[in-house]
Ligand binder design. Structure first.
Ligand SMILES: C[S@@+](CC[C@H](N)C(=O)[O-])C[C@H]1O[C@@H](n2cnc3c(N)ncnc32)[C@H](O)[C@@H]1O
Length: 371
């Protein structure tokens, strides 16, 4: 006899209405991403900046050279983006009726073409994250879950759908524009907030005589560190193709190499936004190489790690962004975002004796890991 299906508990009226709104929000929230992409493609944040940071819709239409008939449609797009926190409404104009829109903190980091200290335009991040390649990988997630890849770590859904991994020397053969966009997006993402780290974590580098910035890219972070700590002997390790294009610096020592083989020795090795790109097994290998590069704990050796620390107590917005980012990392790479117990496990497996969180900065945390 067939087993009887369990009775479904139907939600109460108020719950049902709330559930339907929640379902609309979750099913349609891609419109926030595509609307944000549309705003960037049209150049809305930069246009508002050139208009003095505040604009009416007719002025915006003119600045963007859009057909005047599109004004009512632009109003609807802007209403959605204001509601989602991308732009803000300003007080109405002096006539008391014309609605005005302004940049807020989020849209200000989407202003292009501004050369200012600590401004790292994030448009490439949005364009990469909303690219058809990322979205196709996301749409392939259920097929990826069903497929048995056998022993060992499976390819990422991105690799499964597109045939090559992201952030790989073969990614350009899939699409050179995407490859370049993702490189730019990663640099923009990783450089944002260096000033905050230097202000909030000044003591982190105090007392150190040498530091290796492992996977330090073009040396942007290392330049900020030696500016604040001129006595520090700083080495940047990255792959040859990156180091050969890095701008020279009279104090920083640039070394081309592979962190899985060897890391230039220093009193401290720093990994800033590196481990999120790797699975646990590779993180343990990277950290084991870091341990070889530093002296003992008694001699002041340490590894400095700056990474996302997934934590529900950071409030719904930050925590939501952390877990969304984690699933994106799972979809397009083999990496992910980790909570404290996952980090502790990795540090232990790599042979470190202890660690402490020296600072929490929004979604990220700064760890000091002791050999
Ligand atoms: C996410 S970025 C690092 C971000 C950088 N630490 C920052 O905060 O700006 C990743 C970097 O790791 C480098 N990389 C990848 N594999 C590497 C390896 N095996 N050895 C050294 N560097 C590597 C890449 O070339 C890239 O510059």
């Amino acid at each position: 006899m067939a087993a009887q299906a369990p009775t479904l508990q139907v939600p109460k009226d108020a719950e049902l209405l709330q559930a339907q709104s929640d379902l609309w929000r979750h099913s349609l929230c891609y419109v926030t991403s595509t609307g944000l992409r549309c705003a960037i493609k049209l150049g809305i944040p930069t246009a508002i900046h050139h208009l003095g940071g505040v604009t009416s819709l007719p002025d915006l239409i003119t600045a963007l050279s859009l057909p005047p008939a599109k004004l009512p449609y632009l109003r609807r797009l802007m209403r959605m983006l204001v509601t989602m926190g991308v732009f803000a409404k300003a007080d109405t104009a002096s006539d008391g009726t014309t609605e005005l829109f302004r940049l807020n903190a989020l849209s200000s980091i989407l202003v292009d073409g501004v050369d200012a200290d600590e401004h790292h335009c994030q448009t490439s991040f949005v364009l990469a994250a909303t690219s058809s390649h990322y979205l196709e990988a996301s749409l392939g997630l259920s097929d990826w879950f069903k497929k048995d890849f056998g022993e060992g770590p499976p390819p990422s859904p991105f690799e499964e759908v597109h045939g090559v991994p992201l952030l790989d020397e073969n990614t350009a053969s899939l699409n050179p524009e995407l490859d370049q966009l993702v490189i730019e997006a990663m640099a923009a993402h990783d450089n944002l907030g260096i000033g905050t780290i230097m202000r909030e974590c000044h003591d982190l580098f105090k007392g150190l005589d040498s530091l290796t910035d492992c996977c330090g890219g073009d040396g942007t972070t290392a330049r900020a560190i030696v500016k604040a700590h001129p006595h520090l002997k700083c080495t940047v390790l990255d792959l040859p193709k990156v180091i050969h294009n890095a701008p020279a610096h009279d104090v920083i020592n640039f070394v081309a190499g592979d962190m899985f083989h060897t890391i230039p020795p220093a009193q401290a090795v720093m990994l800033k936004l590196v481990l999120l790109h790797w699975d646990d097994e590779d993180c343990v290998k990277i950290l084991a190489q870091c341990k070889k590069a530093i002296p003992s704990r008694e001699e002041g050796g340490k590894v400095i790690i700056i990474e996302v620390l997934v934590n529900p107590s950071l409030g719904p917005i930050i925590h939501e962004s952390q877990v969304l980012f984690d699933v994106v990392m799972m979809t397009v790479t083999k990496g992910g975002q980790r909570d404290q117990s996952s980090w502790a496990e990795i540090f232990k497996k790599a042979g470190f004796s202890d660690y402490k969180i020296v600072k929490k900065l929004g979604a990220r945390a700064v760890f000091e890991v002791d050999p």
